[in-house]
Design a binder for this molecule. Structure first.
Ligand code: GAP
Length: 577
């Protein structure tokens, strides 16, 4: 039986203005207006898979195209890079299924495994190596908060915080020093404190803003977790005897090629688009005139059999990535890393994620992979991560790790001969230098991007005809404009249709131009507000006399009159098209 996802409540309470945004209300709006549907909805859905409705599909297309335009066709908005030259990038489109050796070389066969533990009663599942007692890394719904709330309200026993560590000291140390985790979970402060009742058992005090509590810390060494899992308290309930033995779980989906199903025909669905780029590095260099430094971009579906898909589309099992691998000389790599890190932050801001909900977080040294000399995440404060943040995009300095790995596994030379470097010869030319380029990787998730845009745009104002509406940035808004006749008679529909045709001819490839003559004008505006349409043009009695129309701004609700003929130019200026 397929694992199914519960639907959001049928009529969730909209968010209180100024208060935290309600994820249930956002999900309900997404379904009501056709942004996001559960995959296989009429069969009850399938956990970890989401489809986009008409508006969502266009929103995501606009996001993908904005990325493509600003990262590939006109990279970094035509800016010069740290080398003083215009940034150059080319696209690639690679298969979901690759040769099995690709995933051996990339490390995904050996390293994309998580040891998983299940709670047999709650069906909760978590990574054994991240068993931080009452919560887990990368899981944005915090069982810690639930447990503390329950304990506080019932005056129950002190919660036990189980940590995989070899000693109590190490456990406390992990708890106090996992800053990323604390941020994600909204822990403001966590301090070690004198034991409450028993001097042999350590405690921590956790402050989560509205919740403050003491937790007992229980250190469980990994070998113990494996052999005596039944004695480890469940991180969800604190109960013993309900956990299963940790089992290795590879996050890659697999299938078979050809008619025979055996180990030889087994292939994986890609868990990232990046590797398709590395394996074609030489083909791109040989087939185009690109010279280092340059980037190769790739967008498309990736698949990860996430153990706990959750938080709407945030952690899905099928999702879309937009990745750039930017190849450069090792000596320039730090400059390029900073360049892309800063540009990516600016880019997300430019499409509507401005404000304090967006942050750039530089990884701590101990968070970096062994080959990386720098990684930053662009993070957004989603309603389900607040007050913490969730990753939208990672910008990693990957050194020459990937090309070296593929060179070793494929036995094909993936180095680069740079004719602009090396000693200067007597004839004035350079001797040249051979090296394996370093790589900077801005890796974005388009589903998380679309979700962040929707969450940021979602606004509640009970004084408006549409108490909930989406302030989507015009560049990504799926409906670019609406044209309405005030009433469905007196020649107004004909004028409106002509105007809609003109707008469609100019802007139709960027999004919908809506027309609608039914219902009151207030209801039609409200529908457009909920769909995030930035401008509505209304043809009324005066239009027929003075050739002007009303234009209504979604965000302010203000109306002004402009000439009928001026509408395409007026709209083009505001849409930046
Ligand atoms: N090549 C590097 C790479 O794949 P990643 O951080 O694993 O890095 C990049 O993935 C982006 O892909 C993430 O920042 C996120 O936006 C998106 N992503 C990763 N796993 C996802 C999932 N299960 N569901 C939705 N988006 C995901």
């Amino acid at each position: 039986m397929a694992d199914t996802t519960p639907q959001p409540a049928a009529t969730p309470a909209p968010t209180t203005p100024g208060g935290p945004k309600s994820m249930d209300a956002i999900m309900a709006l997404c379904k009501r207006r056709g942004f996001v549907f559960q995959a296989s909805d009429i069969y009850g859905g399938i956990n970890g898979f989401w489809d986009y409705g008409p508006l969502g599909a266009q929103l995501k297309k606009n996001l993908r195209e904005a990325w493509w335009q600003d990262m590939i066709m006109n990279p970094a908005w035509g800016r010069k890079g740290p080398n003083g030259e215009r940034v150059r990038c080319v696209p690639l489109e690679t298969c979901i299924i690759q040769h099995p050796k690709v995933w051996e070389a990339s490390g995904h066969v050996a390293g994309f495994n998580d040891p998983m533990v299940d709670d047999k009663e709650t069906k909760g599942r978590f990574r054994a190596d991240h068993l931080q007692g009452l919560y887990q890394i990368g899981d944005y719904e915090s069982p810690l908060a639930d447990l503390l709330a329950r304990t506080a309200s019932t005056g129950g026993a002190v919660p036990v915080c189980t940590v995989v560590a070899s000693s109590a000291g190490e456990a406390i140390d992990q708890l106090l020093n996992t800053r990323k985790l604390q941020k994600e979970l909204g822990i403001r402060t966590i301090t070690s404190r004198t034991p409450l009742t028993d001097s042999t058992r350590p405690f921590v005090s956790v402050d989560m803003g509205n919740l403050k509590a003491d937790c007992e810390v229980l250190a469980v060494p990994m070998p113990t977790l494996k052999s005596r899992f039944a004695e480890v308290p469940s991180p969800f309930t604190g109960k013993k005897g309900v956990l299963t033995e940790p089992r290795q779980f590879n996050l890659m989906f697999f299938t078979y090629t050809g008619a025979v199903f055996n180990e030889e025909s087994k292939v994986h669905l890609r868990p990232e688009t990046a590797q398709g780029i590395f394996v074609h590095f030489k083909n791109v260099v040989d087939s185009t005139r690109v010279k280092i430094p340059f980037g190769i971009g790739n967008t498309g579906r990736s698949f990860r059999n996430e153990v706990t898909p959750r938080n709407f589309t945030f952690r899905s099992r099928e999702f879309e990535q937009a990745e750039l691998e930017f190849f450069c000389h090792p000596d320039e790599s730090q400059d390029w890393y900073r360049f892309w890190r800063d540009f990516r932050m600016e880019w997300w801001r430019s499409i509507g994620l401005a404000g304090e909900n967006l942050i750039l977080r530089e990884h701590e040294k101990d968070e970096l992979s062994h080959y990386s000399c720098g990684t930053s995440d662009v993070e957004y404060r989603f309603p389900f991560t607040a007050p913490g943040f969730g990753e939208l995009e990672g910008i990693a300095h990957r050194g020459n790790y990937d090309l070296t790995q593929h060179q070793t596994h494929s036995k094909v030379k993936l180095d680069y001969f740079d004719t602009t470097r090396g000693e200067t010869l007597p004839n004035g030319s350079k001797k040249g230098e051979r090296y394996i380029p370093h790589c900077i990787e801005p890796a974005a998730g388009l589903d998380r991007g679309a979700l962040a845009l929707i969450c940021e745009a979602y606004t509640v104002d009970p004084s408006r005809p549409s108490p909930e509406f989406l302030k989507l940035h015009p560049r990504v808004a799926p409906i670019k404009a609406a044209v309405f006749p005030l009433v469905d008679k007196d020649g107004m529909p004909e004028v409106a249709e002509k105007l809609a045709d003109a707008l469609f001819a100019r802007f139709g490839r960027h999004g919908f131009i809506e027309t609608d003559a039914k219902q009151s004008i207030g209801k039609r505006y409200a529908r457009m507000d909920e769909a995030g349409c930035p401008y509505c043009f209304t043809v009324d009695g005066d239009t027929l006399k003075d050739q002007t129309v009303t234009v209504r701004d979604r965000d302010t609700g203000r109306q002004e009159r402009i000439g009928l003929d001026a509408v395409p130019a007026w709209l083009g200026e505001r849409l930046g098209l």
